[in-house]
Design a protein around this ligand. Structure first.
Ligand SMILES: [Zn+2]
Ligand SMILES: [Zn+2]
Length: 312
């Protein structure tokens, strides 16, 4: 299983209605691109949905979008990145053609790694240099693979919530737990975790609520429990549409904020600082050949983040 700094080697791809291992030919890092030797790749709900066909992907698509690894090769014109450097990747790959790209304010319709483009369940991955997230040298590469979920959670911190307010994260499992850890690390000391089934009326109402597993019933319950001018942060990505009582939102003058990603650099720094102890949230790493067991375990529950370990 050697790939010598070229994209390819063994990958986990979806083809013919199922996922399976494939051997891919090599592709060198082109101008402006970087080849990353993947050490660990996290398994996310998105990957399970793509593997199961709930989320449509092109035939032969390599799945996976959370990774930690080292730079194996840099293409022409790439500055500030060196072979051997420890990195993670921002899975939103800029299209290079839209208004946002032209204005350098961030792509308006990025293509997502492992969904729109071949992803991280691979020995070596070639991505545009702009997607590379440098992580502090010496950071555990499993933590480097966890930068993406932490960056996704930092979007909550960047949603303009009142730091001294009373708030809840509504959900079960590691995404809700991570959201609470990150909020506490940023001084939101009156935030707590609530099981959706146990959401009760609080005196004075909630200043903010973050949904970590959206359903119509949960959104209704949260809207009812927020105080006037409170904030609802929508965080989980349900596949279907979820109704919201806009009349209640207007009557209470609620703020509804979508939270997708915060800063990847801040996420890497937060993990390196030790200010959040995410280790209880990190689960087993299996070799890629055990993909069936790994996906079955990921499907069974969202207790801990599972990984593929690409080497050894
Ligand atoms: Zn993810
Ligand atoms: Zn763009």
């Amino acid at each position: 299983m050697t790939a010598n700094g070229r994209s390819g080697g063994w990958v986990l791809a979806r083809r013919g209605g199922a996922v399976g291992l494939e051997r891919r030919g090599a592709r060198a890092a082109g101008a402006g691109e970087v080849a990353v030797r993947v050490a660990f790749a996290g398994i996310c709900r998105t990957d399970v949905r793509a593997a199961d066909g709930e989320l449509g992907v092109a035939e032969g698509r390599v799945l996976g979008h959370e990774l930690g690894g080292t730079i194996a090769a840099v293409g022409a014109g790439v500055r500030g990145l060196a072979v051997g450097q420890t990195v993670s990747v921002d899975p939103r790959l800029a299209c290079g053609r839209c208004v946002g790209c032209a204005a350098e304010e961030g792509c308006w319709r990025p293509e997502f790694l492992g969904v729109d483009r071949d992803g991280a369940f691979a020995e070596v991955l070639v991505v545009p240099a702009s997607a590379i997230v440098a992580v502090p040298a010496g950071l555990d590469l499993r933590l480097a693979a966890y930068v993406e979920p932490v960056a996704a959670t930092l979007a909550i911190v960047e949603a303009g919530l009142p730091q001294a307010g009373v708030g809840v994260v509504v959900g079960r499992g590691r995404i809700a737990e991570l959201a609470l850890l990150v909020l506490h690390a940023h001084g939101f000391s009156r935030a707590s975790l609530v099981d959706p089934a146990a959401l009760v009326e609080t005196r004075g109402g909630l200043d903010f609520a973050i949904e970590a597993e959206a359903s119509a019933a949960l959104i209704d319950a949260v809207v009812a429990r927020l105080r006037p001018r409170g904030t609802l942060v929508v965080k989980s990505r349900a596949l279907g549409r979820i109704p919201i009582d806009v009349g209640a939102v207007i009557a209470k003058e609620l703020r509804v904020v979508g939270a997708c990603y915060g800063s990847f650099a801040a996420a890497a720094a937060l993990l390196a600082s030790g200010r959040v102890d995410v280790r209880p949230l990190l689960g087993r790493a299996r070799p890629l050949v055990e993909y069936a067991e790994a996906l079955a375990e990921a499907r069974a529950g969202e207790g801990q983040k599972l990984f593929f370990a690409m080497e050894g």
